[in-house]
Design a protein around this ligand. Sequence first.
Ligand code: IVH
Length: 676
Amino acid sequence: MAAPNVADRIRELCEGLNHHIHRYHVLDQPEIADGQYDALYDELVRLEQENPDLVIAESPSQRVGGVPLSHFEKVTHQVPMLSLDKCTTEQELSDWMVRCQSRLPESEEISYTCEPKIDGAAVALRYEEGLLSVAATRGDSQTGENVTVNVKTIKAVPLRLTADNLPSAFEVRGEIYIPTDEFHRFNAKALEDGVKPLVNPRNGAAGSLRQLDPKITATRPLTLFCYSLGWSEGDWQPQTHMEVIESFASWGLRTNPLLKQCKDLAECMDYIDKLLSNRSGLGYDIDGVVIKVNSLHQQARLGAVTRKPRWAIAYKYPAEEATTEVLKVEFQVGRTGSITPVARLKPVFVGGATVSNATLHNMDEIQRLDLRVGDRVMIRRAGDVIPQVVSVIASKRPKGTRRITLPKSCPACHNPIVRLDDEVVARCSASHNVCPAQRKQGLKHFVSRLAMDIDGLGDKLVDQFVDMKLIENAADLFRLSHQQIVGLEGKADKSAANLVTSIEASKQTTLAKFIYSLGIREVGEATAANLANHFAEIEAVISADLESLEAVDDVGPIVATRIIEFFADAVNLEVVRKLVSQGVRWPEIQKTSVKPLQGQTWVLTGTLEQLARSEAKKLLLQLGAKVAGSVSAKTHQVVAGPGAGSKLTKASELEIPVMDEAEFIQFLSGYDVDLS
Ligand code: IVH
């Protein structure tokens, strides 16, 4: 028999670890550093190995305990897992609302809820006396597969729930999915390790649930959102869908924070439109919005028809993926000479637009995809992102496909294409002063919105100016006359005059935009702004040496070298100076001084009573500090309010200075920040 305090310690460790798993994987608000978590976990595993009879069901060690299965057992759903009716227009959604109302007494108002329709794999989780007992896939809606061992590996799925009003047994339903950034991270690592990458997040989620070996599932970055109740036993009697989801969250289940109650069609359409415009920023794939009748009593009376409830509907967004055919592959020359293969596709409607080109990035990507001309491919167009080829549909490869090779010479200037050993990108070896394609791209960049922002000067017109030798470089743009423009690219008298005006107007710019517009390799918008703030004058940037360039925020040796190379080129320098002498101007810049807490890392812990935590964080950021979530040897200062726990202990262990809120406010009052 183990000493009684060992059992207590094991329980205490399980409780503590499960609390931290919940903070990290459900709430996304970790309280301790990974290393601290690992130390507690290691202690638990050691005690469990010494006392195997003391292992409890909710122990986090039980998440990866399973041995490979030979097959999945069938699970009959107590209540079928229904699918949803679909609509794609406001009219259809309105028709559905009218149908709902017609089945209920006229006097009864209906309130709705809207939530994202997650593109993943459905699961049903059964909890008995708080413990996760069975997890099943949807299957054919009546019968699914028992995937409990796999689902237990997902940290966002609690092994035990504790709450006063928890039903004695119930089933929660939700969607397992892979977040977008985790998907890309997983695939990048898979490629490095020579493991087969996942095709897309949805296949990845569904495929991971159906692995016979739970150790494989455990490597996949799965999480879930819980979106409905299957059934429940006991006294809990929720009245609305909102209440169900709020209860789930209070019990420790992960729910979607974007769930919203909407009173009518207009509010639902507003939600649908806003979510669509945020689609690419959500961090997970969705294929629409699910609109539900909020009242569970009304839901029950509306009932279901042939596997679809009448009380819910999916408003589907345009699919972001489609299959099509690769007609040919061409090579584009970028502004810095980079050679990018582009697939010319049989036009296909995807993500709300017709797509006939997709970028292939570089030759490595073509190799990774094993792409050939003539292949059928899956393409993806998500939001404003350039369409991508996701995969080749190998089973549909026709006869006579052609392999793709990198051309030996630049399609525009015929100089050799080179690929340096350490670069994935191949480049035209000529300078942009020689290669017309690079020149055109450079000019397009120069006039673009975030650069000099010349209205009315599109890509085609730039191509024409260069082809007709009207301009060679950016400075020539400012010498274009009305006469030279009239008649080109549909420019009539009036629009030619407008263009001359907007070219003139663009001379009034900012130094940051001007630097960005030069198209220096590796110098994007943010770096250009940092250079402008740091040097304040273009001549100071031109004459800066490596060391002074590296003193600028986010400028490392590579970027600094590119800047020096750019201004070492006599033609570039001449163009820049000509632009300035032709009247390109910007408001004078006050050099920003180094912020008082620049380079420091601060940690806020415990409850702050006078300042909201977000406010305290904002003030620290304003002063140039970084605000971290955990204490480490790199922390400069901890601010601790009442209730501070492990972070305070850690700070004293590491001898990091700690101040309370009153001292913090006193400290802040010494700086120029708004404390009101
Ligand atoms: S509610 C009876 N809510 O969509 C209604 N479903 O076509 C049950 N799905 O298999 C579904 N996100 O896997 C609901 N927020 C959400 C959802 C959602 C994704 C999936 C679900 C179901 C399919 C229905």
